[in-house]
Design a protein around this ligand. Structure first.
Ligand SMILES: [Zn+2]
Length: 452
């Protein structure tokens, strides 16, 4: 019992001391002291008052112009278009534009698709009022192809989606790799290809061509592809129907073939599969520093000692992918190689990846990996002067150039379908040939132009 008063006292004492401390601290805050700098910073009142003064000034002016009636343009009154902003939802848009929450409720109720609950920034809303200021029609551009329309009925709203006509047009492009345009990306951009199309083109030939290291001046490519148009405006690229890439004088062709079942797959001119057991670049070409720079670096490297691999110069942290399906044999580190990974691909093939900054999650000895799967990240661990991937490819224990070694292919086109394949793809082949000749002419043409 006797303990309680004591502890109460203690609490009272703590509170008293606390108040004392607070009252000591308090005088520092009020604006009576001498530090002028802190004052002006701590007083946002000033700009506020001036701002409100401004708006007060502005008001009578507006009212004077518009007279007694509210200053509204009769056209705006009827119809408002609104481009959706980053953090918008329909309810704050309605509030902003001064539409009724009840209309919003009824429209959302009628919208079975849910499209209006996840409006997308950049898309457009068009709202039409009736005389009572209620929504008469709401139009929402779901995507370039589809527009949702909500129309007021005597009770609630009816919602329909209007789909525009999609026009698919076949287009073609061709370009060549030159000193001025030394990469697929640069040459592709110059030829008017979208980023997506460039990536798809590279994907088609990723088993045959090293876009990171093997491009040469005079390499050329042509492709026939689809473009999607709505109301005369291009909204997207469609599929690549056919593509050809001449790399160091060797021509590679990819032709899209659709079988009776509707499956569409790319094959070479002879009906062979484009997919192979190994992709050429374990680092995506878009990350790799210019191949021309690398070639300048390479001879030095080669003279010092026999170089049994391929170097990909890329920023630290760039993803490194498995060149083929396989099993991780080793993922560890030593003084020379730094962090390295060795992958076994069946009995014969081994790939090695050196100087990694780190391994990808879950990569360790015994793990199975898929072609294209991220296994680690470019670094400069071990004996490396700068961040790069040192990549080795071994066949039956011997270092080989993955470019020149014959690699097992995936299944070719069934012989029973070869006839259909040729029939379907020969028009595109012809088109590619024409395009290829045009590129040659262009290259010659621009050459003679500068000569004149
Ligand atoms: Zn190396």
């Amino acid at each position: 019992m006797g303990h309680y008063p004591l502890s109460n006292l203690k609490i009272a004492a703590i509170l008293a001391i606390g108040t004392l401390i607070l009252s000591f601290l308090a005088p520092i805050d009020p604006p009576e002291k001498d530090s002028n700098d802190t004052f002006s910073l701590a007083l946002p009142i000033k700009p506020d008052t001036s701002a409100s003064a401004d708006s007060i000034n502005a008001w009578p002016e507006n009212n004077a112009e518009a007279g007694a009636s509210p200053p509204e343009d009769p056209l705006n009154h009827a119809r408002t278009t609104y481009v959706i902003l980053q953090d918008d939802n329909l309810s704050n848009v309605f509030a902003k534009l001064d539409f009724q929450a009840r209309d919003l409720q009824e429209i959302l109720q009628a919208d079975g698709s849910g499209a209006l609950r996840r409006i997308v920034p950049g898309n457009e809303l068009e709202l039409t009022k009736n005389e009572s200021g209620q929504i008469h029609i709401l139009k929402y551009e779901v995507d370039p192809l589809n527009t949702l329309v909500a129309t007021r009925l005597t009770r609630g709203f009816v919602i329909e989606t209007i789909e525009k006509q999609l026009n698919i047009v076949t287009a073609h492009r061709a370009a060549s790799i030159s000193a001025k345009l030394p990469s697929l990306y640069k040459a592709g951009k110059k030829a008017g290809l979208s980023d997506n199309l460039i990536m798809e083109l590279a994907n088609l030939f990723q088993w045959d061509i090293s876009f990171a290291l093997d491009l040469r001046q005079g390499d050329k490519f042509s492709l026939v592809y689809q473009e999607h148009y709505v109301d005369g405006v291009k909204i997207a690229d469609g599929k690549i129907l056919a593509a050809a890439f001449s790399n160091s004088g060797k021509k590679h062709t990819a032709l899209l073939y659709k079988n009776d079942k509707g499956d569409a797959t790319y094959f070479s001119e002879n009906g062979e599969s484009l997919q192979k057991a190994f992709i050429r670049d374990p680092v995506h070409f878009s990350y790799v520093s210019s191949s021309f720079n690398l070639r300048r670096l390479h001879p030095i490297h080669k003279k010092v000692r026999p170089h049994r691999g391929t170097d990909y110069a890329a920023k630290k942290g760039t993803p490194v992918v498995a060149a083929g399906d396989g099993k991780v044999h080793e993922a560890s580190s030593n003084e020379a190689s730094g962090n390295f990974i060795i992958i076994n691909h069946g009995e014969q093939y081994i790939t090695k990846y050196l100087h990694l900054s780190r391994f990808a999650r879950g990569i360790r000895a015994g793990k199975s990996v898929k072609q294209g799967q991220e296994i680690g990240y470019v670094g400069s661990t071990g004996w490396a002067t700068g961040p790069h991937l040192h990549y080795e490819f071994l066949v039956s224990g011997v270092h080989r150039n993955p470019k020149t070694v014959g690699l097992p292919n995936a299944k070719p086109i069934p012989s029973t379908e070869l006839q259909a394949f040729r029939l379907q793809t020969s028009p595109y082949l012809e088109q590619l040939a024409v395009l290829s000749r045009e590129v040659d002419k262009d290259t010659l043409g621009s050459g003679s132009k500068t000569g004149k």
